[in-house]
Design a protein around this ligand. Structure first.
Ligand SMILES: C[S@@+](CC[C@H](N)C(=O)[O-])C[C@H]1O[C@@H](n2cnc3c(N)ncnc32)[C@H](O)[C@@H]1O
Length: 272
């Protein structure tokens, strides 16, 4: 049987990335209403009354900004991907805001210009090492107003904790895409390498009839993980106090503290 030669579309599959496709990302990964309600509750309980200006330092298509911004507030967002920023601008048009291409290690916004920062979905794990994370935390601290909050999603794993094996993290079945067609997505943890402080994530995206998207996209990348004690020290050094640590894998997302091997947590941090 003759093997089919890979056509151009097969080559394309290797280079397409979900982060370059904001419409697909937004349709599949915009925050769910239950999660938004929880996060808003944590903010309301800890932020100064009347908080309004919101910052997302890796804003993607602007899903969290859209979910949290009030009619009065300003939205500030940046992302490395120009396509994401353009899409977020379009979605947030009409709001008072500043959305631009920028790096979360060196935010392109003035000092003390936001009440609340939000960075969920483990985006900080895309940074290379602790030096990068410190740059990021200091930059966020500069842009937040004194007493402001930073809601940070992060993965806490101890160096000696071993590899629990492959795991399905999250999936979403076939979902209509606004421009036409449908897509489904699966996130897996391929492996944990705690001594290197990395988790290898694999994403499988299946599409049908979505303009400009190949039928299969598979990508994998490593995310940085953090031992609890080192993370506490780094937050303190950057000028943040820990007000809460929500455990995201427990259904009610309780505040169980920043303990070793807490796994997927959302920290409620206060800028000192
Ligand atoms: C999981 S998505 C975040 C989604 C977004 N916060 C939301 O509300 O949907 C991660 C984003 O981080 C961006 N990113 C990765 N490294 C970055 C960096 N150093 N600075 C800014 N954005 C970055 C990616 O381009 C991607 O859009």
């Amino acid at each position: 049987v003759a093997h089919e030669k890979p056509g151009p579309s097969s080559i394309e599959w290797l280079t397409v990335r979900l982060y370059a496709m904001p419409e697909l990302y937004a349709a599949l990964l915009d925050p769910e209403p239950g999660l938004v309600a929880d996060v808003r509750g944590w903010i309301d309980a800890a932020a100064r009354p009347g908080w309004r200006d919101v910052l997302d330092p890796a804003c993607g298509p602007g899903g969290w900004l859209l979910a949290l911004a009030g009619r009065e507030g300003r939205v500030l967002g940046c992302d490395l991907e120009a396509a994401m920023v353009e899409y977020a601008r379009e979605r947030l048009r009409g709001m008072d805001g500043d959305l631009r291409v920028g790096d979360m290690r060196d935010l392109p916004f003035p000092d003390a210009s936001a009440d609340v920062g939000v960075n969920l979905h483990g985006s900080v794990g895309h940074l290379e090492d602790d030096a990068d994370v410190l740059l990021h935390l200091r930059s966020i601290r500069r842009v937040l107003r004194p007493g402001g909050l930073y809601i940070l999603g992060i993965t806490v794993v101890e160096p000696g904790s071993g590899d629990p094996g492959p795991e399905v993290l999250w999936s979403r079945p076939a979902t209509p895409i606004p421009g036409g067609g449908q897509a489904a997505i699966l996130y897996e943890s391929e492996s944990r390498i705690p001594e290197r402080r990395r988790e290898r994530i694999r994403v499988l995206l299946l599409t049908r009839g979505v303009r400009g998207a190949p039928p299969v996209i598979q990508e994998s990348y490593e995310l940085l993980t953090f031992p609890a004690a080192a993370l506490v020290a780094m937050l303190d050094e950057a000028g943040f106090g820990i007000e809460g640590c929500r455990h995201m894998l427990v259904e009610t997302r309780p505040d169980l503290g920043l303990v070793p091997d807490a796994q997927d947590v959302t920290l409620v941090l206060r800028r000192r």
